[in-house]
Design a protein around this ligand. Sequence first.
Ligand SMILES: NC(=O)c1ccc[n+]([C@@H]2O[C@H](COP(=O)([O-])OP(=O)(O)OC[C@H]3O[C@@H](n4cnc5c(N)ncnc54)[C@H](O)[C@@H]3O)[C@@H](O)[C@H]2O)c1
Length: 356
Amino acid sequence: MPTKRFIHIGTGGFGKYWARNVLPRLVEMGKVEPAAAVDIDPDQLRNAVEGYGISPGCCFTDAREAFDKVQADFAIIVVPPAYHEQMVDLALAHDMDILSEKPIADTMEACARIYHKVTRAKTKMAITMSHRFDQDKQTLQQLVRSGKLGRQNYVVCRFTHNCRAFGSWSEFRHRIADPLLIEGTVHHFDIFRALTGSNARKVYARTWNPPWGEYAGDSTGLVVMEMESGVHCLYEGAKANASTMNGWGEEYFRVECESGTAEMDRREIRILRGGAWERPAAENVPLLERETWANPWLAELFVDWLNGGPAPENTLQDNIHCAALLFAAIESAHAGKVVDVQRFLKRHLRAAAVQV
Ligand SMILES: NC(=O)c1ccc[n+]([C@@H]2O[C@H](COP(=O)([O-])OP(=O)(O)OC[C@H]3O[C@@H](n4cnc5c(N)ncnc54)[C@H](O)[C@@H]3O)[C@@H](O)[C@H]2O)c1
């Protein structure tokens, strides 16, 4: 298979993990080679030089200059969501495929524009929804979609953190509107979609920031969803609690099914069953095994797709439904009303279609 050349934009923050963990593995496998690394903060470029061995001469502090000077097959976007669309535009102008961090962009309008631009250009684009593709979530998904526990009834998720101090959840998240939903819940919305095998029909969200949360936007929220399959979902998310009960990678999910309760708590999964007055009997479920999960797995699937392999599950065309649920939930939280997610998506796609 030909080695694919990449431009990596955003080598600090989470981009450091890409530079030092995700990409070196693919370079060693001979699947990719670096063409350029970009970060507006020159100190962060060290992660790319030390991580995957790019020469300092191929490091840039301006993305446009990197795209103009260097030839590559695909772009990897790991900058805050407000800059995603401009990076997508640069990649499209240089005929490059795109692997982007979530969410697609910071507004539904931008997500819908990206959807049309990329689809019309027949460019391949995938979004790294890392947590849905983690070991515990994939195991739970396989269990509840196998039919072993019968029909699904409803799903509950708890994601609670003590990141109340400014900067404890990277600085930009303390400054933007709706940080919980945009930067956190988007992953859990995608996991609800994966567990139920369905997109959302309706959403109602309440979000706020407690007085001790050092956030400009809402850090805490409760959300109710109805999926198109008829399964209902309930979400609790909080970034300014006094404890971290279920933080990143250790979320609580419970899928209530006809003949069993599937519970996942801090990476342990069990099935609960019992009668009216009995303490339920618990059956532990072993986690699935594979070599990699999350970003390293998704990055490999993406490169294999570029080389003619099957499309991964996290394509832009799939993820636009996750973006629709995210921004419909934000609209619900701001307006205090139930939002019809499919109508919301259609409205935005129609409006964007005439703009781009
Ligand atoms: N999948 C996950 O689990 C996960 C985890 C963390 C972050 N993310 C995503 O990664 C993206 C980046 O988040 P972060 O936490 O790394 O943010 P961050 O602010 O911590 O770091 C962003 C980096 O990008 C650089 N940068 C900012 N604007 C730039 C520009 N215009 N051109 C070039 N470089 C620029 C910054 O200097 C910094 O080094 C976001 O989309 C976020 O949602 C995903």
